[in-house]
Design a protein around this ligand. Structure first.
Ligand code: RIB
Ligand code: CA
Length: 304
């Protein structure tokens, strides 16, 4: 039985890798892609999503809708320093990659979710589109099996000492999502900073096939990197869907800081002491990083 998923995304190089996995894995039925401002402006994230869909010849099968151009309240701040001016530097996708559908992201999300009994929502950018969707169409919540969200951290941030980029970009949207009552799997920096594409893995991609060449070009231009490798943050949402056994998780109550110097921080009730035992997230706290690298290579080896 294939998993029906919808990705809300801000490509972004690691988003592009996540879209690549979702589009190509036979266990996943990617129904819709919605774009949001984040790594770069929403016109660029929308174009980048279209480029990936077109690269795999799925223009007629997977619609792309443009979404929010700025956070709900907080001023927009991009991450072009990490992903390049276009948001996806390193590979020439050409100029003929089509157009987004006419519907807005919120309308497209509403229609796609209501058409299914159970769909999995996979956000890999800020959660602005999802917050707007829940505010305008709360009835969609009962049609969402779970949200598998890249974002947040309970062990340190990458924008401030405690705030992770997706939550930091729109903390008010993150608060709405985490208070929505929809089951959430938090795929945060706690595991994504361990899911590194090592230099050896990257070199194996280079001559593997056209997809490997594309990913090699993008990842080589991805400025989120250490000597140990490049963290493929967003790809973890797809690896989790396909191999949840590779992750250790804890059911916790998490709150989002929406103001002050801790803005964008994720505060976890790690002892379960302050919310009467209630939890609102399954937080990924560890990962089999070797399995992630091997899976990444295996997946790409079956692609064009
Ligand atoms: O903090 C990492 C997240 O921020 C990833 O989704 C990356 O694409 C950027 O959006
Ligand atoms: Ca992203």
């Amino acid at each position: 039985m294939t998993m029906k998923i919808i990705m809300d995304t801000d490509p972004g190089i690691d988003d592009a890798a996540a879209l690549t996995m979702a589009i190509n894995d036979p266990e996943i039925d990617l129904k819709l892609i919605t774009a949001v401002a984040g790594n770069v402006t929403v016109d660029k994230t929308t174009a980048n999503a279209l480029k990936i869909v077109h690269f795999f010849g799925k223009d007629q099968e997977i619609p792309v809708a443009a979404g929010a151009k700025e956070p709900l309240i907080k001023p927009f701040e991009d991450a072009a320093r990490i992903h390049g001016a276009s948001g996806m530097e390193g590979y020439d996708f050409g100029d003929d990659y089509g157009e987004p559908i006419a519907k807005s992201a919120v309308e497209a999300l509403h229609d796609a979710i209501m058409a299914e009994d159970e769909v999995i929502l996979v956000p890999t950018g800020s959660y602005t589109n999802i917050a707007l969707l829940f505010k305008q169409y709360p009835e969609v919540k009962s049609h969402i099996k779970e949200i598998v969200a890249m974002g947040g951290s309970i062990s340190g941030g990458n924008m401030t000492s405690i705030a992770e980029f997706n939550v930091f970009t729109d903390p008010d949207a993150a608060e709405i999502m985490y208070k929505s009552g929809v089951p959430i799997v938090t795929v945060g920096l706690d595991v994504t900073l361990k899911a590194l594409i090592t230099p050896d893995t990257l070199n194996q991609l280079k001559d593997m096939n056209e997809t490997g060449k594309m990913l090699y070009g993008l990842i080589n231009n991805y400025n989120d990197v250490t000597e140990a490798g490049h963290p493929m943050h967003d790809v973890n949402t797809i690896f989790y869907l396909l191999h949840p056994e590779a992750y250790q998780t804890k059911d916790l109550w998490v709150d989002i800081q929406t103001s002050g110097p801790a803005i964008g921080g994720m505060v976890a009730d790690i002892r379960g002491a302050y919310h009467d035992g209630k939890t609102n997230a399954k937080v990924c706290v560890d990962i089999d990083a070797a399995a992630f690298n091997q899976w990444f290579l295996d997946e790409v080896s079956h692609m064009k």
